[in-house]
Structures are given as C-alpha cells and as structure tokens.
Design a protein around this ligand. Structure first.
Ligand code: ZN
Ligand code: ZN
Length: 281
C-alpha cells in the first residue's frame, strides 16, 4: 500500500468561549476544531469557531469538499462554528456528521437546535450540501474505508462526551477533549490511547486550579483535566506526543508559554496546541 500523508492541523484550540485579542495572538482564540487529513480523506474533530477558518481554507482549494466531522459533544464551544462552515452550504459537497445523542434528543436534533430560527436565520436543512448524521456509542470500532479505523471511548464530562482515535497505516491520533481525570486512570482510557503517536488532551486547568487555591474554589466536577494529568496519561499508555488543548479562556499567550515550558520539563514530547500548528505523522 502506498504511504499517504497523515497530517493534523489545528484551527481552534481554546475551550468554552472564543477569546480573540492582543493576549491570544500566538496560541489563538477560537474554540475547538482540528483537521486530520489522511491522504485525500478529510476528517474534522469538532466544529467550534475554528471551523470557520478551515472552511475558508477548503473553499480556496476550489474543489468539491467532502469529509467526516466528529463532534465530541454538543456544548456550544464544540458546535458553534458549524453554521459558518461555508463548504457545508455548497451543493455537491458531502459531509457525514458523527456524534452522540442526549437523553431526550437525537444527535441530529441537537445539531439542528442551534440553527432554529430564533437563534440563526438559516436552518441546517437549507445548508445546501449533503449532510448525513450518524449516532455513535462509546467503545465503537468502525472501518471508515481507505484503511482508516475509528475508535471511541466515553469521557468523564457533564452530559457525556466521546473521545476519538483514528488509526491508519500504523499511525494514530487520539482526540480526547472535555474529560475530567479520575483518581486512577480509567482502564478503558489506557486501552483506547495505548501506543498512540499523538494524544490531544483536555488540559483546561492546572493541578493547582483543580484543587482550588487562595480563595478560589476547586474546579473538581467541571469535566476538565490538567496538563499534569495529561503527562500521566501519555506515560501510562505508552503514547508518544502530548498536545495540550482546550486552553482556558483567561490564559494569555504568556501564561501558555509558561505552562508549555513547565510541561516540557516534566515530559519532553509536549507541545501546546496553537492555531495553524501542523503535526505530520
Ligand atoms: Zn469544551
Ligand atoms: Zn464540554
């Protein structure tokens, strides 16, 4: 089999809320969106506000776009860019959207909800491209064709959330955001991320913030992890590179540089995600 590129591009790396401005120029202010390009196959992790710039990039290529979009969960920061994803408005383009349902609503209803008339003037059905919905469960292993295998695992996050892993030709990337660590790493996490080349991990908090300090309450139970726990995970599952992700809104470029440096002192193969960063496997 011919070896094709396996390329990860970061379009949005911030958690919770977009925070553009002079303090977030280096790492970026858009909410989660990561492009994983495997040969001709386009895979997109989450549709936060970063997906807008990905859309503009795809439009410039002036060829039909089709791809698989994996939504971890439907909290705003992971879907809010979708109504502004221009390629989804173009007839002839095809997208498959994957995600989880809630107790009361299907995944399709959840995605359509943010585009109801009271919130947005164009409904999802009017977008123009062909959009198909696929509901996923945790523990899924699915052949996506072209020798790409998808795996999922259940995160520890309010309302539920999935992590995704894509394997191709002996190379692999785990996208594990919006998950809170447990005292002992969950066995299914270890199995899921075992030997991965890259783990993109929710490092919204620091250990100090997680525990609470100087009058600030603990953020335990908020559904997010820390960079220190990310290092523990990568080491425990024999993965290679850790990418710090879902940066807190209040984290400036300077704060991020400090955290990135501290993390690299504990584990050399760490990088903090920033918009425009590309990792090739
Ligand atoms: Zn989030
Ligand atoms: Zn969330």
């Amino acid at each position: 089999m011919e070896k094709v590129d396996y390329k990860i591009t970061f379009w949005g790396v911030r958690g919770s809320l977009p925070v553009p401005g002079s303090k977030t120029i280096k790492y970026g202010g858009n909410t989660p969106c990561v492009q994983i390009q495997i040969g001709d196959r386009l895979f997109i992790m989450d549709a936060g506000t970063g997906i807008y710039n990905l859309g503009q990039h795809l439009i410039k290529q002036k060829k039909p776009a089709s791809g698989d979009i994996f939504i971890t969960h439907t909290h705003w920061d992971h879907i809010q860019g979708f109504p502004f994803f221009t390629p989804a408005f173009i007839k002839g383009n095809r997208f498959a959207l994957y995600g989880i349902r809630s107790v009361n609503l299907t995944f399709e209803d959840l995605m359509k909800g943010q585009m109801e008339y009271d919130h947005f003037p164009v409904s999802l059905d009017e977008m123009g491209s062909s959009i198909n919905f696929h509901e996923l469960a945790f523990g899924t292993e699915m052949d996506l064709g072209d020798d790409v295998v998808l795996r999922t695992v259940w995160n520890n996050h309010p309302g539920g959330c999935l992590s995704y892993r894509l394997d191709h030709g002996g190379r692999s990337c785990c996208y594990m955001t919006d998950t809170e660590h447990t005292e002992k790493i969950k066995p299914d996490f270890l199995k899921f991320a075992a030997g991965a080349d890259v783990i993109i991990y929710d490092t919204h908090f620091t250990d100090k913030e997680y525990a609470g300090y100087e009058g600030f309450p603990s953020v335990k139970g908020w559904g997010h992890s820390t960079w220190q726990e990310g290092i523990k995970l990568v080491k425990a599952c024999g993965a290679k590179k850790l990418v710090l992700f879902h940066h807190a809104t209040y984290r400036s470029d300077y704060d991020m540089e400090v955290i990135e440096h501290q993390a690299q002192e504990q584990y050399p193969n760490v990088v903090a995600a920033r918009e425009g960063m590309v990792i090739s496997l």
